[in-house]
Design a protein around this ligand. Structure first.
Ligand SMILES: [Zn+2]
Length: 289
């Protein structure tokens, strides 16, 4: 059964409004209406423990009842503060779309790729990996395109991006294997594919270490999240954030670039995987740190 908080909120607001409008006799003292801040009401619904959607929902505790449709990672939970190990039940997993991997989780030229790209055709059904509740449906022109974020009962969150069509609504309850949208090529995407992410408390994990995409099933029925293994990539992310690039100008050579940036030709070559004899092109970017 799905239950829409927004509609309920609208009903509450409307009934307050209609009460005050019907009191058209100005002289007659009407009892003061309690001031209800709509955000507070909404928050109360969300943290209401009798909420049947979150009942027996371990994710509710893990996420400290933070539920927002505006941010992919509102938790800002540093890896160090995570519990040492968390067991995640993967037994009901359904592969979001059958297809081969076109781009892996890992570093890209100047940024990090926090998901796994799977080839599909525009219009192919994309399904939810596990049961859960839709937390975000949004459109991000420069990034994800049309995308959906689902909070799962097992504690994970998954992201489905570049969809041509979203078929679920915010706060909607979904089952494992239920179609949530159609594949596409929206946002920053070249060629139809699904960008698929698996996150825990906002932190991305490498889906290829959890799911065997060739088989369309998890490697194990249970996945043990540990700081070192599940978030191994964070060191690389920090190194990338610290990386500095230099744009090659007319008259530059490796020696001059090294001197100007307080490094050596050897270090430049190692960092960029190039030979000291490499021909430099004006406008090209070279990593100096
Ligand atoms: Zn991607």
């Amino acid at each position: 059964m799905t239950f829409c908080y927004k509609h309920l909120l609208a009903v509450v607001t409307f009934s307050i409004l209609s009460t005050s409008l019907s009191a058209n006799d100005k002289d007659k003292k009407i009892p003061a209406l309690p001031v209800i801040d709509s955000t507070t009401v909404y928050q109360e619904f969300l943290i209401d423990e009798s909420d049947d959607l979150m009942e027996n929902h371990p994710a509710g505790d893990i996420y400290n009842n933070i539920w927002t449709s505006t941010k992919l990672n509102p938790y800002k939970m540093p890896i160090d503060s995570l519990p040492d190990s968390i067991r995640i039940d993967l037994s009901q997993f359904k592969v979001p779309v059958k297809g081969h991997i076109t781009s892996k989780f890992g570093p890209r030229r100047y940024r990090y790729h926090y998901g796994t790209d799977i080839k599909l055709f525009t219009g192919d059904s994309v399904v939810s990996s596990f049961s859960g509740k839709v937390r975000i449906t949004d459109y991000d022109r420069r990034g994800y395109g049309n995308y959906v974020v689902i909070r799962h009962d097992n504690g994970l969150e998954t992201v489905y991006a570049h969809l041509s069509k979203v078929l679920v609504e915010l706060d909607q309850r979904v089952e494992a294997g239920e179609t949530i949208g159609l594949g596409g090529n929206t946002g920053r995407s070249t060629g139809s594919h699904l960008h698929y992410e698996i996150r825990f408390l906002g932190n991305a994990m490498n889906p290829e270490k959890i799911i065997d995409f060739e088989q369309g099933s998890p490697f194990m029925h249970e996945y043990l999240i540990t700081k070192n293994e599940s978030f191994y990539y964070q060191k690389a992310v920090k190194a990338m954030a610290a990386a500095k690039y230099y744009k090659i100008k007319s008259g530059d050579n490796l020696g001059r670039i090294a001197a100007r940036n307080g490094t050596s030709v050897r270090a430049l070559c190692r960092l960029n995987g190039i030979s000291p004899k490499k021909t430099l092109r004006i406008g090209q970017r070279i990593r100096v740190r």
